[in-house]
Design a protein around this ligand. Structure first.
Ligand SMILES: [Zn+2]
Length: 452
């Protein structure tokens, strides 16, 4: 059969999508007040099935976008992930996740161009048919990824078929339970290699709560556990007891483990053995204003995403291992830098921490620790290396600006505005919630003070 031309495909697909939109519009306008619950359950089931069909088609698009068979991608230089994220209003992480799933369930091609079946053929068929939901996909992938490398490829394929067969019939929790059973059955002796462990290791530092506490969760490898156990065991009664607790150590085992971890990290930072990070010694960077410091209340900011109570800042500064920058209120000029040696580049970075807090590209959440120092007016075009011309950009965005995919200008109030040429330059307010709140009554658009 002769394949349709691109134009014929556009017309056909748009017509079908229009028909779906029209049908949904009519569906929304039907009142179901008197339908009865048995019927509502039937409707809910059909909507769920349609949602899964929809998801299967969406994964097809992501797979084809990643590797267009026709070879027609976006114009050179345009980052397709950025376009998808903004057009679909998805987070960068979600776009990445969908591409990752799509790459596992779409037909592949060998380096010579010959077609290869998908990595997960049974799952691919079920997704394409709209038979499984997002939770099933996650459960199947997680169960397969947890299988250790001793499992033979044929057993792995059989496991995939079994998991998908159940995913078509049962809920995702059942599929996850089947996955655990299969793993036990295929690896009865619990043989795990170093690679298996390396794959599973990971620690998640959760969001800092309003009380300043952060949830830590994850998986330690055996070596990591050995270190943590050692520093925890060193937290004996009478030693390393936090200030104010006289005599007996009344800490719980959990509190001792926490204090051991904290002490180990502090000792690591203090040792100076961690070297340098982007030109500064690896140390905690804290910025605050004179007013807050004098009142000894409120919160200072770290170079990550964290906040530190002012009392902790004062105590830590006394121990002289941290890089403390104090600013005049409402100013980007430092009054005090808590390190004796002043290198120009270090000072500039500190100012970026205080003024920018993180990447300056609109809607980028990367904190200061992950940022490079970007010349708003390129150094190659005579841009000065002084603080007013230097701003934070994460590695990815800094590169795009350097490559000319974005242009940057300094606004009247000393911030940096980015433009990709498709709209007016915009500033990044995500690291400055106080500005977001101040603007909340205005329609979204260029940030305050955006240049021409
Ligand atoms: Zn960025």
């Amino acid at each position: 059969m002769e394949p349709l031309s691109a134009e014929d495909v556009h017309v056909a697909v748009r017509a079908e999508l229009d028909a779906v939109d029209t049908a949904y519009g009519r569906l929304r306008s039907v009142c179901t007040d008197l339908a009865g619950n048995a019927f509502r359950i039937e409707v809910a089931a059909r909507l769920e099935a349609q949602d899964r069909v929809n998801r299967g088609l969406s994964y097809r698009m992501f797979g084809e976008i990643a590797e267009p068979v026709d070879g027609v991608g976006m114009p050179a230089g345009v980052k397709v992930r950025d376009v998808l994220a903004s057009r679909l209003r998805l987070t960068a992480g979600e776009v990445k996740r969908r591409f990752r799933i799509a790459s596992r369930i779409r037909a592949r091609r060998s380096p010579t161009g010959a077609p290869l079946p998908p990595e997960l053929p049974a799952l691919a068929a079920a997704v394409e048919e709209g038979e499984v939901g997002e939770d099933h996909i996650a459960a199947v992938c997680q169960a397969l990824d947890r299988l250790p490398s001793v499992v033979a490829p044929a057993d792995r394929e059989a496991a995939e078929r079994t998991l998908v067969r159940h995913a078509r019939e049962e809920d995702s929790r059942f599929v996850a339970a089947i996955g655990v059973g299969i793993a036990d059955c295929l690896n009865p002796d619990g043989t795990f290699t170093d690679e298996d462990r390396a794959r599973r290791r990971g620690v998640v530092l959760g969001r800092q709560g309003p009380d300043g506490m952060s949830r830590l969760s994850g998986w330690l490898d055996p070596e990591g556990r050995a270190y943590l156990e050692t520093v925890t065991a060193a937290q004996r009664p009478g030693r390393h007891v936090p200030d104010g607790t006289e005599g007996r150590d009344t800490r719980t085992p959990e509190q001792r483990c926490h204090d051991g971890l904290k002490l180990g990290l502090k000792a690591g930072v203090e040792s100076g053995a961690l070297g340098q990070h982007r030109g500064l010694p690896v140390t905690v960077i804290v910025t605050t204003t004179l007013g807050e410091l004098e009142q000894a209340c409120g919160w200072a900011r770290t170079g990550g995403t964290g906040r530190l109570p002012m009392r902790d800042v004062i105590r830590m500064a006394g121990e002289a291992i941290h890089y403390l920058a104090v600013f005049e209120d409402h100013s980007t000029r430092p009054l005090y830098l808590g390190r004796a040696k002043r290198l120009a580049t270090e000072d500039h970075r500190i100012i970026c921490y205080a003024r920018d807090r993180g990447c300056t590209k609109p809607n980028c959440f990367e904190p200061g620790y992950h940022c490079e120092v970007h010349h708003a007016q390129p150094w190659s075009e005579g841009g000065p290396t002084d603080a007013d011309n230097l701003h934070f950009g994460c590695a990815c965005d800094h590169k795009m600006a350097t490559d000319g995919e974005y242009t940057t200008t300094v606004t009247e109030d000393g911030r940096i505005a980015w433009s990709d040429g498709s709209g007016p330059p915009r500033v990044n307010d995500v690291h400055h919630p106080e500005r977001l709140l101040a603007d909340s009554d205005e329609p979204p658009g260029p940030g305050p003070g955006a240049g021409p």
